[in-house]
Design a protein around this ligand. Structure first.
Ligand code: 5GP
Ligand code: ZN
Length: 115
């Protein structure tokens, strides 16, 4: 837990979030500034800065993040039409919050790539 990490503070309940799914190791909550009709962020509760660090440091936990993302997509009715699962990573990847998070985006055609 990092006290200066926004998403660790959401895990700790210090900052409110609209939680849509929780497991012992992961949390899914709605993005505060949605870029699609459905925009949910899925994080491991344990702090990892980005998906590269998580994937190499704890591949099993990375798999749990993917499983929660898939469950969210199912809950939100996205499995039929499809959805986008995205990890922005580092400055060139457009990452702004350095606690790894998967964006689950859907509910409308998203085009070939997000700007
Ligand atoms: P990134 O650019 O790091 O991949 O995405 C960060 C995401 O976190 C953005 O989509 C942004 O809207 C979202 N976000 C930033 N601050 C908050 C917050 O306090 N609560 C929630 N729920 N989402 C946030
Ligand atoms: Zn954190």
């Amino acid at each position: 837990m990092s006290t200066d990490c926004l998403f660790c503070r959401i895990v700790a309940g210090e900052i409110p979030a609209t939680v849509v799914r929780e497991t012992p190791t992961t949390l899914a909550f709605r993005d505060i500034d949605p870029k699609a009709p459905v925009h949910v962020l899925v994080i491991p509760k344990e702090h990892y800065a980005d998906v590269a660090t998580l994937g190499q440091g704890d591949p099993a936990l990375a798999g749990e993040v993917l499983a929660t993302a898939a469950a969210v997509a199912e809950d939100e009715g996205l499995l039929g039409d499809g959805f986008r699962l995205m990890f922005n990573t580092g400055p060139y990847g457009g990452q702004e919050v350095f606690h790894v998070h998967a964006h689950v985006l859907g509910g409308a055609p998203l085009g070939p790539m997000l700007a």
